[in-house]
Ligand binder design. Structure first.
Ligand code: M6R
Length: 603
């Protein structure tokens, strides 16, 4: 949700900022802009739409020598995606970029307007720069002016501000939205709202905490909290740039689907032994008084969590329920201290999930994060974390994050089952064998991909898709439908197959496409009857199953397998490829679908 970059150093500033924005573009791509301060003058450029438009607009410009700059790629919250609403926002002598939402911007704006200040945009962000300039006029000290500005803001923000009144510095502040500062031996300083920007550039980073603010110049970084200077908690930055590139695939999403087999090997590495599941990150006594589990998440992570609820109850014999984080936050939930509260999140920055975690912590629950991004806000807050180890996921439509989350949940269910003695040694061993088989299940078969490519042309119209499944294949149906709607913009729903006759079957006709997940190992006869009911109403059926199904209009044959999770992962790949190929045929932007952003850091 929006991306922020900043740079201080002797490199060409425009290209450094744009390169950083390219790494963040998947987070928001309604508009982009940069502002560069050199020789006491500020140059600013903005363009609506993708970053390429900003690149075209800045083609003729090059910075010379030492300087500094800030940049932003936007996912619109307040005000349409227009050039005036694009960041950086300017006052008379300063520019600001911001990620998050300023909740009290209306009252701040009114008060500034009553002092004769004119606003150019409809954004909440613009108040920051005017407030800074007003405070500067009053106190004649940029640091005090910035501090006072930050103190007036309510909501979530990561801010970078530059000003002609202090042309050697970038001012920064963070509360509720991520911000990372990186340094290297060449005396360069980088800012990013994700460490993806800093990989390959900085070797040490500081993950700013909420309420921290300060400034950076070629002389170093000064960090403050509650008006007192505090020390810098620098950490080495590891990671490689290659993993964040497309590597010959047409889209990041496609690359990430193909990568699933490899990343799941990382997910299970060191955690799956011959006769037990081991999580070095967890202290087993942590589970001692746990009576039940509550999971909280959004979107795809919610779907992974929903499949987890089946596994926790079936395998670990522990009560488990799940809530969508944005619902949980405001329902005044009754929480029990002996509940293990699990949040699942790819980014570790999702605002609703983060707030749900804070609520659970305030209520004294033990908390566990299943997350892909180390050092993210959620990882830093949770008592314990199991990293999913999926690597950088850039496709806005999440794929390998879901695969690795599902794998961690399966392992965790077995881990808890062993701890509670609800699983026999023999069963645990056969589950471990099944886990070890999954990387080969996830290898994308070229013939299958070709078949899905051909078949996709028959699914570009119609009045809707129903993905149906039962048991753990119901969450998979939800996830299949979410993938399709995100990147094809076609209407799709996931439904428990047994529920169709309670209403949705009224929609059935030949233009209703049913994607039926029909595993052999779990409730095959039940789902078969449900699909027959739809077929009798002339719905068009695409059946995915290892067992031939004569009523299917289209059929994708999966492998014979003896474990539901094996079928789950195989069908997951098929639904991902189907969404991808339909989107490609519709000529949509697969990696940056309209209206979406990768990391949803606003409510
Ligand atoms: O980073 P998170 O896992 O917390 O994100 C949650 C959702 O925003 C995310 O899964 C979203 O639904 C994806 N676009 C799904 O493809």
């Amino acid at each position: 949700m929006c991306g922020i970059v900043g740079y201080i150093g002797a490199n060409e500033i425009k290209s450094t900022l744009i390169e950083g924005l390219r790494d963040l573009e998947y987070r928001g791509y309604d508009s982009a802009g940069i502002a560069i301060l050199e020789d006491n003058s500020i140059k600013s450029f903005k363009a609506v739409g993708k970053l390429i438009n900003l690149e075209k607009r800045t083609k003729e410009f090059q910075s010379k020598g030492f300087g500094l700059g800030i940049g932003h790629t936007r996912w619109a919250t307040h005000g349409k995606p227009t050039e005036l609403n694009a960041h950086p926002h300017l006052g008379k002598f300063s520019y600001v970029v911001h990620n998050g939402i300023i909740e009290n911007y209306q009252e701040l704006k009114q008060s500034l307007q009553s002092n004769g200040i004119k606003f150019l945009s409809q954004t909440d962000t613009e108040v920051i720069v005017h407030l800074f300039e007003k405070n500067y006029k009053e106190f004649n000290d940029p640091m005090i002016a910035f501090e006072k500005t930050v103190q007036s803001l309510k909501g979530a923000y990561a801010i970078l501000l530059i000003s002609k009144v202090d042309p050697q510095k970038i001012y920064f502040a963070k509360s509720g939205s991520p911000m990372i500062v990186g340094t290297n031996k060449n005396n360069e300083i980088f800012f990013g709202s994700s460490d993806a920007v800093l990989i390959g550039k900085a070797n040490e980073v500081i993950y700013l905490e909420d309420e921290e603010y300060g400034y950076a110049s070629s002389e170093g970084i000064k960090l403050f909290k509650d008006q007192k200077e505090i020390g810098l908690n620098k950490k080495p930055l590891v990671g490689d740039k290659l993993s964040a590139q497309k590597g010959g695939y047409r889209f990041f999403m496609e690359k990430e689907i193909y990568e699933q087999s490899e990343v799941v090997v990382d997910t299970i590495l060191g955690r799956v032994l011959d006769d037990k599941i081991k999580f070095d990150e967890l202290d087993i006594s942590f589970l001692d008084d746990i009576e039940d589990i509550k999971i909280c998440a959004c979107g795809t992570s919610y779907h992974a969590g929903l499949s987890g609820t089946y596994l926790f109850e079936r395998v670990a014999k522990i009560r488990c329920d799940i809530e969508i984080a944005s619902e949980f936050r405001y329902k005044e939930p009754l929480l029990n201290k002996n509940t293990l509260f699990i949040v699942i999140t790819q980014s570790g920055e999702t605002a609703d999930t983060l707030e749900a975690l804070k609520m659970a912590k305030r209520a004294g629950l033990k908390t566990l994060a299943i997350c892909n991004v180390d050092n993210s806000s959620i990882v830093r807050l949770a008592d314990y974390t199991l990293l999913t180890r999926a690597g950088i996921e850039k496709g806005v439509a999440s794929t390998k994050a879901f695969a690795t989350q599902s794998m961690v949940l399966w392992m965790l269910a077995l881990y808890i089952a062993s701890h509670k003695n609800t699983i026999s040694k023999e069963l645990l061993k056969s589950e471990i064998e099944a886990i070890r088989h999954i990387p080969s299940v996830l290898v994308v078969n070229d013939k299958l991909h070709e078949k899905i490519k051909r078949l996709s042309k028959r699914y570009l119209h119609g009045h809707g898709f129903f993905f149906i499944g039962r048991d753990i294949f119901f969450p998979l149906a939800l996830e299949g439908a979410l993938k399709l709607k995100e990147i094809s913009y076609l209407h799709a729903e996931g439904y428990p197959a047994g529920e169709m006759k309670h209403g949705p079957i009224a929609l059935a006709d030949s233009e209703l496409f049913t994607i039926a997940l029909m595993p052999k190992t779990l409730l095959y006869d039940k789902i078969k009857s449900n699909v027959e009911e739809l077929s009798a109403r002339d719905a068009t059926i695409l059946a995915i199953s290892p067992i031939e199904f004569e009523l299917a209009d289209d059929f994708i044959k999966t492998n014979y397998s003896n474990h539901p999770m094996s079928e789950f992962f195989e069908m997951m790949v098929i639904t991902q490829l189907l969404a991808l190929e339909i989107s490609v045929r519709l000529d949509n932007d697969v990696d940056m679908p309209r209206n979406l952003a990768k990391s949803v850091t606003v409510e």
